[in-house]
Design a protein around this ligand. Structure first.
Ligand SMILES: Nc1ncnc2c1ncn2[C@@H]1O[C@H](COP(=O)(O)OP(=O)(O)OP(=O)(O)O)[C@@H](O)[C@H]1O
Length: 234
């Protein structure tokens, strides 16, 4: 299973499509907003995620990370470009095809008997530290607990593609570490984005050792070098 996107754009506002087709590449997001009233959330983004790869998108608040991730599953309809799952364009699909892709490739649960479902649910509930809270309503849970429910739901399905949008941000450090350990069996690759545009793609080592500009350097400033280098050497 591979996931790729090519020249992906998301523009919010009237005339978004025309804007994405004809934009002056020299204009910044602020200039586009001032001139057209449209928000350029994702700007001409391309990348390719290989089988088994962990692909991280980083950027400042408002740089377009959530919008990009939502475009990858068509939770948000991209304005232009391609999203390819095993080479098939998600954006060209009708509702039925999209449902099939989600069912088979994004790994929704199906055809599993009730006992297996309940066992798996109990497993992931324990994994996220919510055993004993199964019968509570969402409003009875804290923000961090609700976030863990979201994580448990994603893990329960065991899909081939997992999309996370800051899943750990509201968790306390101990649980966060546990959650990270759950997901760390995959190779890591770091993506950088600014103004809705990718500025650097590379391995963690490359980004820490050779940041392309100050923006990326600032992001990786606090990464312990010994950790990254240990990763390279081991
Ligand atoms: N539905 C919308 N309509 C108009 N503008 C939007 C909409 N959703 C997002 N935006 C704008 O798109 C830009 C990117 O937002 P997005 O939420 O993707 O950023 P982000 O990088 O995920 O930010 P954060 O780290 O703060 O969550 C922002 O300028 C935001 O105001």
């Amino acid at each position: 299973m591979t996931l790729a996107c090519r020249n992906l754009w998301k523009v919010f506002g009237d005339g978004a499509r025309d804007l994405a087709d004809s934009i002056d590449p020299a204009l910044s997001r602020e200039e586009v907003l001032a001139q057209t009233g449209c928000v350029l959330a994702v700007r001409d983004v391309s990348f390719h995620v290989r089988e088994g790869e962990t692909f991280v998108i980083m950027g400042l608040s408002g740089s377009g990370k959530s919008t990009l991730v939502r475009c990858l599953s068509r939770l948000i309809e991209p304005t232009r470009g391609e999203v390819l799952i095993d080479g098939e364009d998600l954006l060209a699909m009708n509702k039925q095809q999209l449902r099939d892709i989600r069912r088979h490739k994004m790994g929704m649960i199906q055809g599993v008997d009730k006992a297996t479902q309940l066992n798996r649910a109990a497993e992931v509930i324990e994994m996220v530290g919510l055993t004993g809270w199964e019968e509570r309503y969402p409003h009875e849970l804290s923000g961090g607990m609700q976030q863990r429910v979201g994580l448990a739901r994603a893990l329960a399905v065991d899909p081939e593609i997992l999309l996370f949008d800051e899943p750990f941000s509201a968790l306390d450090p101990l649980i966060r570490r546990d959650m990270q350990d759950q997901l760390i069996g995959l190779q890591q690759l770091v993506q950088k984005t600014m103004d809705g545009e990718f500025v650097q793609t590379g391995t963690p080592e490359e980004l820490v050792s050779n940041p392309i500009n100050d923006y990326v350097r600032d992001f990786t400033r606090d990464v312990p070098r010994s950790k990254v280098l240990t990763h390279v050497l081991s």
